[in-house]
Design a protein around this ligand. Structure first.
Ligand code: PBG
Length: 430
């Protein structure tokens, strides 16, 4: 089931909900009747049921007058029937220079000359099935708008969340990733709330799975929403983020999420060795079927600003440069890739998205695993802001940015545009 952002000149809706009942270009025939024929059993062949199309009810073939032979004979005899004349050459505007045509044997524009040809030769497809919808949740009853991310809300986990997921499913987005806004009083330096089986995320997972059993739920594995320091790991008194002790906590967090019903746990913390440790912890608890999407190449990026406002998770001091990667580095992404692959990651993620297309392509070319791209909060907000200020066409830029992430090599895209873009792909007017 693929859809495209090109508008093909036809009225067939490309996608219709999840149980795609509509087929492009296929129409069930009213005339065909199917008969079930039972074959006899022989020594060499067991009895088979064969389905044959019957033409009994096809109705009479319409008669137009002359037979095929008479038509052919007429043409052979020189009585060629009339067809429309060859169209005249369209005129160029007055003043167009008259020049000899360039002696080119390759004119790539030929393959771009009509919408049908362009659609036929399109190399990359974009479908709601490629999207993972990140959702912010909180304990409140109401949905609270997020100032720095127009159109995004901290959703009440009992109502707003369930409604938003329902809307996404209606347009073919059946994967979500949850980010909790944790009450300050539950934050601590070791982030122990992260593995509370009755915490906000496990409760939300249980509720969603109860309502939508086939929904694919991704979770974020990192301590920052639960850390009183706003860091992804445990902070030592000298400011060092403690690696192995953090990994110990992350394993408990991942297992707790799996126990609640998470399908894919996604460590976004960038500690060393966490993929192998989490795999082992999941397996030890009987969660062999739970996947790990590793934030393999996660850069220390300023594009995360709006997200940290959304969750109130700004680091209380310093930055995340001792664990997230230096935006200047390319080869280092391969070090992380090889590590995550050998430790058992199922999906490799690159983050941010659009400014890091080269890294997406690097991972695509160096790993056979599925690649995910995260179009982060700052990328989203820039497009939204540009659209609101009428500096760019928001919808077109949104679709182009998503298509480009796919072209660079991303199989799936985590994007706050998931619902809006899927509506667009389904031909729904805003
Ligand atoms: C933290 C986390 C962050 C994002 C996803 N998980 C922020 C950070 O690393 O500080 C950012 C997502 C976004 O900006 O949209 N574990």
């Amino acid at each position: 089931m693929a859809s495209s952002i090109v508008n093909v000149p036809c009225n067939v809706q490309a996608i219709k909900g999840l149980d795609c009942q509509n087929y492009i270009g296929l129409r069930p025939s009213r005339n065909l009747k199917f008969n079930c024929v039972r074959t006899g059993t022989t020594a060499r062949r067991p009895r088979l049921f064969v389905v044959r199309a019957s033409e009994k009810n096809d109705g009479p073939v319409k008669k137009m007058g002359l037979s095929d032979e008479e038509c052919e004979a007429a043409v052979v005899a020189g009585n060629v029937p009339k067809a429309p004349p060859v169209p005249r050459k369209p005129a160029a505007p007055v003043g167009t220079p008259v020049v000899p045509s360039l002696p080119l044997n390759r004119r790539p524009r030929r393959n771009r000359k009509s919408p049908v040809l362009r659609a036929a030769f399109q190399e990359t497809q974009l479908s709601p099935a490629n999207f993972v919808y990140p959702l912010f949740i909180h304990e409140g009853e109401e949905d609270t708008p997020i100032g720095a991310m127009p159109g995004c809300y901290r959703l009440g986990w009992r109502h707003g969340l369930v409604e938003e997921v329902g809307k996404a499913r209606d347009v073919g987005v059946n994967s979500v990733v949850l980010f909790p806004k944790v009450p300050d009083a539950l934050k601590s330096s070791a982030g122990d709330e992260a593995y509370n089986d009755n915490g906000l995320v496990p409760r939300a997972i249980r509720l969603l799975k109860d309502k939508y059993p086939d929904l694919v739920i991704y979770t974020d594995v990192a301590l920052d929403p639960y850390s009183s320091d706003g860091h992804d790991g445990i902070v030592r008194e000298d400011g060092v983020i403690m690696n192995d002790e953090t990994v110990h906590q992350l394993c408990k967090q991942a297992v707790s999420q799996a126990r609640a019903g998470a399908d894919v746990v996604s460590p976004s913390d960038m500690m060393d060795g966490r993929i192998g440790a989490i795999r082992e912890a999941l397996d030890a608890e009987g969660f062999q079927h739970v996947s790990i999407m590793s934030y393999t190449a996660k850069y220390a990026s300023s594009f995360y600003g709006p997200f940290r406002e959304a969750l109130d998770s700004n680091p209380r001091f310093g930055d995340k440069k001792t664990y997230q990667m230096n935006p200047a580095n390319y080869r280092e992404a391969l070090v992380e890739t090889h590590e995550d692959e050998s430790e058992g990651a199922d999906i490799l993620l690159v983050k941010p998205g659009l400014p890091y297309l080269d890294i997406i392509r690097l991972l695509r070319d160096n790993s056979s695993l599925p690649i995910a791209a995260y179009q982060v909060s700052g990328e989203y907000s820039m497009i939204k802001a540009g659209g609101v200020l009428k500096m760019i066409d928001e919808e077109k830029v949104m679709m182009e940015s998503l298509m480009c992430l796919r072209r660079a090599g991303a199989d799936i895209i985590l994007t706050y545009f998931a619902l809006q873009a899927a509506k667009c792909l389904c031909g729904e007017k805003r």
